[in-house]
Design a protein around this ligand. Structure first.
Ligand code: SF4
Ligand code: SF4
Length: 151
């Protein structure tokens, strides 16, 4: 399986959005204040891959919301047909895909909403929800068989 870290900057999901941390409130941000999403010159940034972008600490990419999740989607590459439905529908851009190949889940940003599982068309599904604490190999060992068509 491909190392998903290769698709990420070192600063992906480094900051937790926990309560009690000393973040500035909206009322402390003055008019005209700019919080840049990228460090330095961002010309052509949309054409760069995630691992090449210079994300600033104001960018949600550098934060993680993994602690919010109670269930997680698990990806089974053996069943996937690379249709990209999950990538299109994920509301948090947490499906990692490269060159139209589904590679896995960005667990730093996935919130466990289950939309990707709903839209996955394979039989059995290539994405299924498991408890956040289920190890991936254990989840994969419990994958259901293909369902037969009812006559
Ligand atoms: S569970 Fe929701 S947030 Fe997570 S990858 Fe699936 S669609 Fe995206
Ligand atoms: S929706 Fe399912 S089959 Fe399609 S790319 Fe995603 S995991 Fe693979």
């Amino acid at each position: 399986m491909q190392d998903l870290k290769l698709l990420a900057n070192d600063n992906r999901g480094q900051r937790g959005l926990e309560s009690g941390s000393s973040l500035e409130g909206w009322h402390e941000v003055t008019q005209g204040c700019i919080l840049p999403s990228f460090e330095g010159d961002a010309t052509g940034i949309a054409l760069k891959k995630a691992e090449e972008r210079t994300y600033s600490n104001h960018n949600s990419y550098t934060a993680t919301v993994a602690s919010w999740r109670v269930k997680k989607p698990v990806f089974n590459i053996d069943v996937c047909i690379d249709c990209q439905n999950c990538w299109v529908w994920c509301p948090d851009s947490s499906i990692l895909s490269r060159d139209k190949q589904m590679l896995g889940i960005d667990y730093d940003h996935c919130k466990g909403c289950e939309v990707c599982v709903e839209v996955c068309p394979t039989n059995p599904k290539s994405l299924l929800m498991f408890s956040e604490y289920t190890p991936l190999d254990e989840a994969l060992s419990q994958w259901p068989e293909k369902k037969k068509k009812e006559k």
